[in-house]
Design a protein around this ligand. Structure first.
Ligand SMILES: *Cc1c(COP(=O)(O)O)cnc(C)c1O
Length: 470
Protein backbone atom coordinates (compact mmCIF):
# COMPACT_ATOMS: atom_id res chain seq x y z
CA UNK A 1 0.00 0.00 0.00
CA UNK A 2 1.47 3.36 -1.00
CA UNK A 3 1.24 6.42 1.23
CA UNK A 4 -1.44 7.86 -1.07
CA UNK A 5 -3.48 4.67 -1.01
CA UNK A 6 -3.09 4.63 2.77
CA UNK A 7 -4.36 8.20 2.97
CA UNK A 8 -7.44 7.32 0.93
CA UNK A 9 -8.27 4.19 2.90
CA UNK A 10 -7.54 5.84 6.22
CA UNK A 11 -10.15 8.49 5.40
CA UNK A 12 -12.61 5.71 4.56
CA UNK A 13 -11.85 4.04 7.88
CA UNK A 14 -12.34 7.27 9.82
CA UNK A 15 -15.68 7.69 8.07
CA UNK A 16 -16.55 4.10 9.07
CA UNK A 17 -15.54 4.87 12.66
CA UNK A 18 -17.62 8.04 12.91
CA UNK A 19 -20.63 6.25 11.40
CA UNK A 20 -20.20 3.44 13.90
CA UNK A 21 -20.20 5.88 16.79
CA UNK A 22 -23.35 7.56 15.46
CA UNK A 23 -25.15 4.27 14.86
CA UNK A 24 -23.90 2.12 17.70
CA UNK A 25 -27.38 1.96 19.25
CA UNK A 26 -28.81 0.35 16.12
CA UNK A 27 -26.89 -2.92 16.65
CA UNK A 28 -27.99 -5.67 19.04
CA UNK A 29 -25.92 -4.85 22.14
CA UNK A 30 -25.01 -8.48 22.78
CA UNK A 31 -23.98 -10.33 19.65
CA UNK A 32 -26.71 -12.76 18.67
CA UNK A 33 -24.60 -15.27 16.68
CA UNK A 34 -24.42 -18.95 17.59
CA UNK A 35 -21.12 -20.70 18.39
CA UNK A 36 -19.12 -21.47 15.23
CA UNK A 37 -21.12 -19.13 13.00
CA UNK A 38 -18.28 -16.70 12.36
CA UNK A 39 -15.74 -19.49 12.06
CA UNK A 40 -17.70 -21.04 9.20
CA UNK A 41 -17.76 -17.80 7.27
CA UNK A 42 -14.02 -17.20 7.27
CA UNK A 43 -12.24 -18.91 4.32
CA UNK A 44 -10.32 -22.06 5.28
CA UNK A 45 -7.06 -20.83 3.74
CA UNK A 46 -5.52 -17.35 3.37
CA UNK A 47 -5.53 -15.64 -0.05
CA UNK A 48 -2.45 -16.37 -2.17
CA UNK A 49 -2.64 -13.03 -3.98
CA UNK A 50 -3.16 -9.50 -2.58
CA UNK A 51 -6.76 -8.43 -2.18
CA UNK A 52 -8.14 -4.87 -2.35
CA UNK A 53 -8.86 -3.00 0.90
CA UNK A 54 -12.52 -2.78 -0.14
CA UNK A 55 -12.82 -6.58 0.09
CA UNK A 56 -11.51 -6.44 3.64
CA UNK A 57 -13.98 -3.70 4.60
CA UNK A 58 -16.87 -5.60 3.04
CA UNK A 59 -16.08 -8.68 5.12
CA UNK A 60 -15.65 -6.54 8.20
CA UNK A 61 -19.25 -5.39 7.80
CA UNK A 62 -20.72 -8.70 6.70
CA UNK A 63 -18.77 -11.32 8.64
CA UNK A 64 -17.31 -9.63 11.65
CA UNK A 65 -19.81 -7.00 12.78
CA UNK A 66 -22.63 -9.50 13.48
CA UNK A 67 -20.25 -11.22 15.89
CA UNK A 68 -19.35 -8.08 17.81
CA UNK A 69 -20.82 -7.28 21.22
CA UNK A 70 -21.15 -3.52 21.44
CA UNK A 71 -19.35 -2.44 24.57
CA UNK A 72 -19.57 1.17 23.40
CA UNK A 73 -23.36 1.14 23.23
CA UNK A 74 -24.93 3.27 25.96
CA UNK A 75 -27.29 0.30 26.40
CA UNK A 76 -24.39 -1.86 27.55
CA UNK A 77 -24.97 -2.41 31.27
CA UNK A 78 -23.05 -5.70 31.65
CA UNK A 79 -19.86 -6.67 33.58
CA UNK A 80 -17.87 -3.49 34.09
CA UNK A 81 -17.46 -1.08 31.16
CA UNK A 82 -14.45 -1.10 28.82
CA UNK A 83 -14.95 2.49 27.82
CA UNK A 84 -13.47 4.32 24.87
CA UNK A 85 -13.85 7.98 24.01
CA UNK A 86 -12.97 10.00 20.91
CA UNK A 87 -9.83 11.52 22.54
CA UNK A 88 -8.61 8.04 23.43
CA UNK A 89 -9.36 6.60 19.98
CA UNK A 90 -7.52 9.44 18.25
CA UNK A 91 -4.48 8.84 20.42
CA UNK A 92 -4.69 5.07 19.75
CA UNK A 93 -4.52 5.82 16.03
CA UNK A 94 -1.31 7.75 16.58
CA UNK A 95 0.10 5.08 18.90
CA UNK A 96 -0.45 2.43 16.25
CA UNK A 97 1.06 4.66 13.57
CA UNK A 98 4.21 5.27 15.60
CA UNK A 99 4.33 1.60 16.50
CA UNK A 100 6.94 2.32 19.13
CA UNK A 101 7.97 -0.54 21.38
CA UNK A 102 8.64 1.26 24.63
CA UNK A 103 10.47 -1.35 26.66
CA UNK A 104 13.25 0.95 27.82
CA UNK A 105 13.82 4.69 27.96
CA UNK A 106 16.13 4.64 24.93
CA UNK A 107 13.56 2.93 22.71
CA UNK A 108 11.43 6.09 23.02
CA UNK A 109 12.39 8.59 25.72
CA UNK A 110 9.15 10.54 25.25
CA UNK A 111 7.07 7.45 26.00
CA UNK A 112 8.98 6.73 29.21
CA UNK A 113 8.92 10.33 30.41
CA UNK A 114 5.29 10.95 29.48
CA UNK A 115 4.38 7.76 31.34
CA UNK A 116 6.33 8.93 34.39
CA UNK A 117 4.56 12.29 34.39
CA UNK A 118 1.06 10.99 33.65
CA UNK A 119 1.38 8.48 36.48
CA UNK A 120 2.17 11.41 38.77
CA UNK A 121 -0.92 13.22 37.49
CA UNK A 122 -3.05 10.14 38.10
CA UNK A 123 -1.55 9.43 41.52
CA UNK A 124 -2.37 12.97 42.65
CA UNK A 125 -5.81 12.85 41.04
CA UNK A 126 -6.86 9.74 42.96
CA UNK A 127 -5.23 10.88 46.19
CA UNK A 128 -2.44 8.35 46.67
CA UNK A 129 0.45 9.66 48.82
CA UNK A 130 3.26 11.41 46.95
CA UNK A 131 5.81 8.68 47.70
CA UNK A 132 4.04 6.31 45.27
CA UNK A 133 5.42 5.80 41.78
CA UNK A 134 3.36 4.47 38.92
CA UNK A 135 3.68 2.36 35.80
CA UNK A 136 1.14 1.37 33.17
CA UNK A 137 0.40 -2.33 32.89
CA UNK A 138 -1.79 -4.14 30.40
CA UNK A 139 -4.39 -5.31 32.91
CA UNK A 140 -5.19 -5.33 36.61
CA UNK A 141 -4.56 -9.08 36.60
CA UNK A 142 -0.97 -8.51 35.52
CA UNK A 143 -0.47 -5.71 38.04
CA UNK A 144 -1.88 -7.85 40.84
CA UNK A 145 0.43 -10.71 39.86
CA UNK A 146 3.41 -8.34 39.83
CA UNK A 147 2.41 -7.07 43.29
CA UNK A 148 2.03 -10.57 44.69
CA UNK A 149 5.37 -11.75 43.31
CA UNK A 150 7.04 -8.68 44.82
CA UNK A 151 5.34 -9.40 48.16
CA UNK A 152 6.51 -13.01 47.88
CA UNK A 153 10.10 -11.90 47.32
CA UNK A 154 10.00 -9.43 50.17
CA UNK A 155 8.58 -12.09 52.52
CA UNK A 156 11.16 -14.67 51.44
CA UNK A 157 14.14 -12.31 51.54
CA UNK A 158 14.31 -12.66 47.71
CA UNK A 159 15.01 -16.36 48.09
CA UNK A 160 12.20 -17.74 45.94
CA UNK A 161 13.45 -15.89 42.87
CA UNK A 162 16.76 -17.68 43.36
CA UNK A 163 15.91 -21.04 44.83
CA UNK A 164 12.30 -21.59 43.84
CA UNK A 165 9.09 -22.18 45.74
CA UNK A 166 9.56 -24.36 48.79
CA UNK A 167 12.66 -22.58 50.01
CA UNK A 168 10.70 -20.89 52.82
CA UNK A 169 7.96 -21.82 55.26
CA UNK A 170 4.50 -21.72 53.70
CA UNK A 171 3.49 -18.24 52.59
CA UNK A 172 -0.12 -17.25 53.24
CA UNK A 173 -2.24 -14.75 51.35
CA UNK A 174 -5.55 -13.15 52.37
CA UNK A 175 -8.47 -11.73 50.48
CA UNK A 176 -12.23 -11.56 50.99
CA UNK A 177 -14.82 -13.94 49.62
CA UNK A 178 -15.82 -11.17 47.21
CA UNK A 179 -12.32 -10.57 45.81
CA UNK A 180 -11.86 -10.75 42.04
CA UNK A 181 -10.68 -14.08 40.59
CA UNK A 182 -7.45 -12.45 39.36
CA UNK A 183 -6.12 -12.84 42.92
CA UNK A 184 -6.73 -16.57 42.88
CA UNK A 185 -5.05 -16.75 39.48
CA UNK A 186 -2.03 -14.81 40.77
CA UNK A 187 -1.75 -17.10 43.79
CA UNK A 188 -1.71 -20.11 41.46
CA UNK A 189 0.86 -18.67 39.05
CA UNK A 190 3.15 -17.23 41.73
CA UNK A 191 3.90 -20.66 43.14
CA UNK A 192 2.29 -19.77 46.47
CA UNK A 193 -0.54 -22.20 45.80
CA UNK A 194 -4.27 -21.86 46.00
CA UNK A 195 -4.42 -23.78 49.29
CA UNK A 196 -2.54 -20.87 50.86
CA UNK A 197 -5.11 -18.31 49.83
CA UNK A 198 -7.38 -17.61 52.79
CA UNK A 199 -10.76 -16.18 51.81
CA UNK A 200 -12.03 -14.03 54.63
CA UNK A 201 -15.83 -13.85 55.11
CA UNK A 202 -17.61 -10.57 54.45
CA UNK A 203 -19.98 -8.39 56.46
CA UNK A 204 -23.60 -7.78 55.41
CA UNK A 205 -22.42 -4.97 53.09
CA UNK A 206 -20.07 -7.47 51.34
CA UNK A 207 -16.89 -5.81 52.59
CA UNK A 208 -14.17 -7.82 54.32
CA UNK A 209 -14.70 -8.64 57.99
CA UNK A 210 -11.47 -7.32 59.47
CA UNK A 211 -11.87 -9.23 62.73
CA UNK A 212 -11.90 -12.49 60.82
CA UNK A 213 -8.78 -11.36 58.95
CA UNK A 214 -6.93 -10.76 62.19
CA UNK A 215 -8.02 -14.15 63.49
CA UNK A 216 -6.88 -15.94 60.32
CA UNK A 217 -3.50 -14.22 60.40
CA UNK A 218 -2.79 -15.00 64.04
CA UNK A 219 -3.84 -18.64 63.58
CA UNK A 220 -1.47 -18.92 60.62
CA UNK A 221 1.37 -17.44 62.67
CA UNK A 222 0.78 -20.03 65.38
CA UNK A 223 1.09 -22.77 62.77
CA UNK A 224 4.43 -21.38 61.61
CA UNK A 225 3.14 -20.03 58.29
CA UNK A 226 4.40 -16.70 56.92
CA UNK A 227 1.64 -14.17 56.28
CA UNK A 228 2.76 -12.58 53.01
CA UNK A 229 0.13 -10.44 51.31
CA UNK A 230 -3.41 -9.18 51.83
CA UNK A 231 -5.72 -7.84 49.15
CA UNK A 232 -8.24 -5.10 49.84
CA UNK A 233 -10.77 -4.19 47.17
CA UNK A 234 -12.18 -0.74 46.50
CA UNK A 235 -15.25 -1.65 44.48
CA UNK A 236 -15.72 -5.42 44.33
CA UNK A 237 -16.77 -6.94 41.03
CA UNK A 238 -20.06 -8.29 42.34
CA UNK A 239 -21.48 -5.27 44.15
CA UNK A 240 -18.71 -2.55 44.31
CA UNK A 241 -18.30 -3.11 48.06
CA UNK A 242 -15.40 -1.24 49.64
CA UNK A 243 -13.16 -3.13 52.06
CA UNK A 244 -12.23 -1.30 55.32
CA UNK A 245 -8.78 -0.18 54.27
CA UNK A 246 -7.67 1.37 57.54
CA UNK A 247 -8.61 -1.66 59.63
CA UNK A 248 -6.99 -4.05 57.15
CA UNK A 249 -3.96 -1.79 56.90
CA UNK A 250 -3.45 -1.75 60.66
CA UNK A 251 -3.46 -5.54 60.71
CA UNK A 252 -1.01 -5.67 57.79
CA UNK A 253 1.26 -3.21 59.48
CA UNK A 254 1.21 -5.14 62.76
CA UNK A 255 2.11 -8.44 61.08
CA UNK A 256 4.36 -7.04 58.34
CA UNK A 257 2.02 -8.11 55.52
CA UNK A 258 2.12 -6.52 52.05
CA UNK A 259 -1.12 -4.65 51.35
CA UNK A 260 -2.25 -4.56 47.72
CA UNK A 261 -5.37 -2.59 46.83
CA UNK A 262 -7.46 -3.70 43.86
CA UNK A 263 -9.49 -0.70 42.73
CA UNK A 264 -9.75 -1.88 39.12
CA UNK A 265 -13.16 -0.29 38.59
CA UNK A 266 -13.73 1.82 41.70
CA UNK A 267 -10.39 3.63 41.46
CA UNK A 268 -11.87 6.04 38.94
CA UNK A 269 -14.36 7.31 41.55
CA UNK A 270 -11.40 8.41 43.67
CA UNK A 271 -11.04 11.44 41.39
CA UNK A 272 -14.16 12.74 43.17
CA UNK A 273 -13.41 14.45 46.50
CA UNK A 274 -16.62 12.98 47.92
CA UNK A 275 -15.25 9.44 47.34
CA UNK A 276 -11.87 10.00 48.98
CA UNK A 277 -13.22 8.27 52.12
CA UNK A 278 -12.61 4.97 50.30
CA UNK A 279 -8.87 5.61 50.57
CA UNK A 280 -8.86 6.27 54.31
CA UNK A 281 -5.89 4.24 55.57
CA UNK A 282 -3.87 4.95 52.42
CA UNK A 283 -0.66 5.18 54.45
CA UNK A 284 -0.72 1.39 54.87
CA UNK A 285 -0.88 0.59 51.16
CA UNK A 286 2.14 -1.03 49.48
CA UNK A 287 0.71 -1.30 45.98
CA UNK A 288 -2.45 -0.22 44.22
CA UNK A 289 -4.07 -0.84 40.83
CA UNK A 290 -6.91 0.77 38.93
CA UNK A 291 -8.00 0.50 35.33
CA UNK A 292 -8.49 3.70 33.33
CA UNK A 293 -9.55 1.18 30.65
CA UNK A 294 -12.70 0.43 32.59
CA UNK A 295 -14.46 3.56 33.68
CA UNK A 296 -12.06 6.37 32.73
CA UNK A 297 -12.76 6.58 28.98
CA UNK A 298 -9.38 5.18 27.93
CA UNK A 299 -9.29 2.36 25.41
CA UNK A 300 -8.44 -1.10 26.62
CA UNK A 301 -5.69 -1.82 27.58
CA UNK A 302 -4.45 0.63 30.21
CA UNK A 303 -4.06 -0.33 33.85
CA UNK A 304 -2.41 2.06 36.32
CA UNK A 305 -0.21 0.34 38.89
CA UNK A 306 1.28 2.25 41.82
CA UNK A 307 3.89 1.06 44.27
CA UNK A 308 5.30 2.67 47.40
CA UNK A 309 8.77 1.11 47.13
CA UNK A 310 9.57 0.62 43.46
CA UNK A 311 13.02 -0.69 44.41
CA UNK A 312 11.37 -3.89 45.67
CA UNK A 313 9.49 -4.28 42.39
CA UNK A 314 12.67 -3.68 40.42
CA UNK A 315 14.70 -6.06 42.52
CA UNK A 316 12.03 -8.70 41.89
CA UNK A 317 11.74 -8.27 38.13
CA UNK A 318 15.03 -6.81 36.98
CA UNK A 319 17.09 -8.84 34.58
CA UNK A 320 19.85 -7.43 32.44
CA UNK A 321 20.84 -9.29 29.31
CA UNK A 322 23.75 -7.88 27.35
CA UNK A 323 21.60 -6.45 24.55
CA UNK A 324 19.57 -4.29 26.96
CA UNK A 325 22.57 -2.62 28.59
CA UNK A 326 22.48 1.14 27.99
CA UNK A 327 24.39 4.26 28.94
CA UNK A 328 21.30 5.74 30.63
CA UNK A 329 20.60 2.92 33.07
CA UNK A 330 19.91 4.22 36.56
CA UNK A 331 19.25 7.74 35.31
CA UNK A 332 15.85 7.00 33.79
CA UNK A 333 12.95 4.58 34.15
CA UNK A 334 13.32 1.46 32.03
CA UNK A 335 9.79 0.20 32.44
CA UNK A 336 10.52 -3.33 31.23
CA UNK A 337 11.84 -3.86 34.79
CA UNK A 338 8.53 -2.77 36.31
CA UNK A 339 6.48 -5.84 35.45
CA UNK A 340 6.21 -9.05 33.51
CA UNK A 341 6.35 -8.24 29.76
CA UNK A 342 9.48 -6.81 28.20
CA UNK A 343 7.76 -5.18 25.23
CA UNK A 344 5.43 -2.31 25.97
CA UNK A 345 3.00 -0.15 24.02
CA UNK A 346 2.97 3.65 24.24
CA UNK A 347 -0.14 3.71 26.40
CA UNK A 348 0.57 6.97 28.20
CA UNK A 349 -0.33 8.92 25.07
CA UNK A 350 -4.01 7.98 25.24
CA UNK A 351 -4.24 8.83 28.92
CA UNK A 352 -2.67 12.21 28.20
CA UNK A 353 -5.17 12.79 25.42
CA UNK A 354 -8.15 11.78 27.58
CA UNK A 355 -7.16 13.82 30.64
CA UNK A 356 -6.42 16.90 28.54
CA UNK A 357 -9.50 16.81 26.37
CA UNK A 358 -11.97 16.15 29.20
CA UNK A 359 -10.07 18.13 31.79
CA UNK A 360 -10.20 16.97 35.39
CA UNK A 361 -13.55 18.71 35.93
CA UNK A 362 -14.94 17.14 32.76
CA UNK A 363 -13.96 13.67 33.99
CA UNK A 364 -15.46 14.35 37.41
CA UNK A 365 -18.68 15.60 35.88
CA UNK A 366 -19.18 12.41 33.86
CA UNK A 367 -18.29 10.06 36.71
CA UNK A 368 -20.66 11.93 39.05
CA UNK A 369 -23.49 11.58 36.55
CA UNK A 370 -22.93 7.83 36.26
CA UNK A 371 -23.08 7.47 40.04
CA UNK A 372 -26.29 9.54 40.16
CA UNK A 373 -27.86 7.30 37.47
CA UNK A 374 -27.21 4.23 39.64
CA UNK A 375 -28.78 5.92 42.66
CA UNK A 376 -31.85 6.93 40.63
CA UNK A 377 -32.19 3.46 39.17
CA UNK A 378 -32.00 1.93 42.66
CA UNK A 379 -34.80 4.26 43.78
CA UNK A 380 -36.99 3.25 40.84
CA UNK A 381 -36.37 -0.43 41.57
CA UNK A 382 -37.06 -0.03 45.29
CA UNK A 383 -40.45 1.55 44.45
CA UNK A 384 -41.64 -1.62 42.62
CA UNK A 385 -43.18 -4.16 45.02
CA UNK A 386 -42.11 -7.15 42.88
CA UNK A 387 -38.47 -6.09 42.72
CA UNK A 388 -35.77 -5.69 45.35
CA UNK A 389 -32.38 -4.02 45.45
CA UNK A 390 -30.02 -6.79 46.56
CA UNK A 391 -26.92 -4.91 47.73
CA UNK A 392 -25.97 -1.40 48.85
CA UNK A 393 -25.40 0.91 45.86
CA UNK A 394 -21.98 2.50 46.35
CA UNK A 395 -20.94 3.64 42.89
CA UNK A 396 -22.23 2.69 39.46
CA UNK A 397 -23.60 -0.81 40.06
CA UNK A 398 -27.15 -1.77 41.01
CA UNK A 399 -27.80 -5.39 41.99
CA UNK A 400 -31.46 -6.35 41.97
CA UNK A 401 -33.90 -9.23 41.71
CA UNK A 402 -37.38 -9.80 40.46
CA UNK A 403 -39.33 -11.34 43.32
CA UNK A 404 -42.97 -11.90 42.47
CA UNK A 405 -45.04 -13.07 45.44
CA UNK A 406 -45.79 -16.73 46.09
CA UNK A 407 -42.63 -18.26 44.59
CA UNK A 408 -40.00 -20.38 46.30
CA UNK A 409 -36.35 -19.28 46.48
CA UNK A 410 -35.42 -21.85 43.82
CA UNK A 411 -38.18 -20.65 41.50
CA UNK A 412 -37.07 -17.06 41.94
CA UNK A 413 -33.51 -17.92 40.95
CA UNK A 414 -34.82 -19.60 37.79
CA UNK A 415 -37.12 -16.66 37.00
CA UNK A 416 -34.27 -14.17 37.27
CA UNK A 417 -32.00 -16.27 35.10
CA UNK A 418 -34.71 -16.50 32.44
CA UNK A 419 -35.33 -12.77 32.72
CA UNK A 420 -31.64 -12.06 32.16
CA UNK A 421 -31.53 -14.22 29.01
CA UNK A 422 -34.81 -12.79 27.64
CA UNK A 423 -33.53 -9.25 28.08
CA UNK A 424 -30.20 -9.93 26.41
CA UNK A 425 -31.86 -11.81 23.55
CA UNK A 426 -33.87 -8.69 22.68
CA UNK A 427 -30.58 -7.04 21.67
CA UNK A 428 -31.87 -3.82 23.22
CA UNK A 429 -29.83 -3.95 26.41
CA UNK A 430 -27.14 -6.19 27.84
CA UNK A 431 -26.77 -6.95 31.53
CA UNK A 432 -25.08 -9.74 33.45
CA UNK A 433 -25.59 -11.42 36.80
CA UNK A 434 -23.88 -12.31 40.03
CA UNK A 435 -24.77 -14.63 42.89
CA UNK A 436 -25.37 -12.95 46.25
CA UNK A 437 -25.86 -15.15 49.33
CA UNK A 438 -26.85 -17.98 47.00
CA UNK A 439 -29.38 -15.89 45.06
CA UNK A 440 -29.14 -15.32 41.31
CA UNK A 441 -29.03 -11.54 41.06
CA UNK A 442 -29.17 -9.17 38.09
CA UNK A 443 -26.56 -6.50 37.94
CA UNK A 444 -26.75 -3.26 36.02
CA UNK A 445 -23.74 -0.99 35.58
CA UNK A 446 -24.38 2.64 34.66
CA UNK A 447 -20.83 3.49 33.65
CA UNK A 448 -20.67 3.44 29.85
CA UNK A 449 -19.10 6.58 28.38
CA UNK A 450 -22.28 7.78 26.66
CA UNK A 451 -25.01 6.43 28.94
CA UNK A 452 -27.69 8.94 29.94
CA UNK A 453 -30.58 8.74 32.40
CA UNK A 454 -32.80 8.27 29.38
CA UNK A 455 -31.04 5.02 28.46
CA UNK A 456 -31.30 3.85 32.07
CA UNK A 457 -35.02 4.68 32.24
CA UNK A 458 -35.75 2.89 28.98
CA UNK A 459 -33.79 -0.15 30.13
CA UNK A 460 -35.74 -0.23 33.38
CA UNK A 461 -39.07 -0.06 31.49
CA UNK A 462 -37.94 -2.99 29.33
CA UNK A 463 -36.93 -4.97 32.42
CA UNK A 464 -40.31 -4.38 34.07
CA UNK A 465 -42.39 -5.28 31.00
CA UNK A 466 -40.26 -8.33 30.21
CA UNK A 467 -40.54 -9.53 33.82
CA UNK A 468 -44.31 -9.10 33.77
CA UNK A 469 -44.55 -11.37 30.73
CA UNK A 470 -42.68 -14.28 32.34
C1 LIG B 1 -12.11 -6.05 36.18
C2 LIG B 1 -11.48 -6.34 37.48
C3 LIG B 1 -10.25 -7.00 37.54
C4 LIG B 1 -9.56 -7.54 36.33
O1 LIG B 1 -9.20 -6.55 35.45
P1 LIG B 1 -8.30 -6.86 34.16
O2 LIG B 1 -7.69 -5.54 33.84
O3 LIG B 1 -9.23 -7.34 33.12
O4 LIG B 1 -7.30 -7.89 34.53
C5 LIG B 1 -9.68 -7.17 38.79
N1 LIG B 1 -10.28 -6.73 39.91
C6 LIG B 1 -11.46 -6.10 39.89
C7 LIG B 1 -12.08 -5.61 41.17
C8 LIG B 1 -12.11 -5.89 38.67
O5 LIG B 1 -13.28 -5.25 38.65
Amino acid sequence: MTADEFRKHAHEVVEWMARYMENVESYPVKSQVRPGEILERIPPVPPAQPEPFSAFMKDLDEIIMPGITHWQSPNFFAYFPANTSPPSILAEMIISTLGAQCMIWETSPAAAELEEKIMIWLRDLIGLPAEFEGVIQDTASTATLAALITAREKASGFRINEEGAGSTARLRVYCSEQTHSSVEKAVKISGIGRNNLVKIPVKPDFSMDEEKLEKAVSEDMEKGFIPCCAFATIGTTGTTAVDPLRAIGEICSRYDIWLHVDAAMGGTALILPEFQWMLDGREYIDSFVFNPHKWMFTNFDCSAFFIKHPSLLLKTFEILPEYLKTRTRGLVNDYRDWGIPMGRRFRALKLWSVIRMYGVEGLREKIRRHIEFAAELAEMIAREPDFEVAAPVVMNVVCFRYRPAGKSAGEINGINETLNHRLNDTGKIYLTHTVINGHYTLRMVTGQTNVTMNHVRKAWELIKTTAAQL
